[in-house]
Design a protein around this ligand. Structure first.
Ligand code: COA
Length: 151
């Protein structure tokens, strides 16, 4: 399992990845995410999730050490192709991303999710993300401490 930069070789596979139809409302298409990454190139960290040389998912961090809310690391996008879900891929990919953040001295990460039926809420709570009581554009905002043990 690895996180690889988006390249000419893997970009088509990233764009072809799809979640299940009833999950589409929880995450943007990867094509859209890559457009946002291009427009926010100074802060976006988009990566293909690759297992056995196959692109199986996509994640994107927003890294802004000068973030005015004091949240330098934000999990901006995460998805695993529908055929590859529930195999531990997202958990393993996030563990790699968290190691990267720790290696840069980061001690926490924030994210947000759309609540409701089929929401990834249980996934995030299982990882230890704690809602902080805020809502952002209808999404639950949560924080995960990365201090201490490395997973
Ligand atoms: C959320 C998502 C990234 C999880 O990817 P995954 O590789 O299947 O996750 P994992 O296999 O690492 O799951 C670990 C645990 O999280 C929980 N979990 C995973 N996906 C879940 C879901 N969709 N709903 C509820 N719980 C879920 C389960 O407890 C799972 O353990 P189990 O399979 O042993 O029961 C994937 O379902 C997805 O791409 N969903 C659509 C897009 C989305 O919602 N992205 C998040 C945007 S904020």
């Amino acid at each position: 399992m690895g996180l690889e930069p988006i390249t000419d070789e893997n970009v088509a596979a990233v764009c072809d990845l799809e979640v299940a139809p009833d999950q589409k409302r929880f995450v943007a298409d990867n094509v859209w995410s890559l457009a946002e990454a291009y427009a926010n190139y100074a802060h976006a960290w988009p990566r293909a999730i690759v297992r056995d040389r196959e692109v199986v998912g996509f994640l994107m961090l927003e890294i802004d050490l000068d973030d005015e809310d004091g949240r330098p690391y934000w999990l901006w996008r995460l998805m695993v192709g529908r055929a590859h879900q529930r195999q531990g891929i997202a958990s393993a990919a996030l563990a790699l991303a968290f190691e990267k953040i720790r290696s840069r001295g980061g001690t926490s990460i924030h994210t947000s999710w759309v609540p409701g039926d089929g929401s990834p809420e249980r996934f995030y709570l299982g990882l230890g993300f704690e809602p902080n009581g805020e809502m952002d554009d209808g999404e639950v905002v949560a924080r995960l401490s990365l201090a201490g043990t490395s997973t």
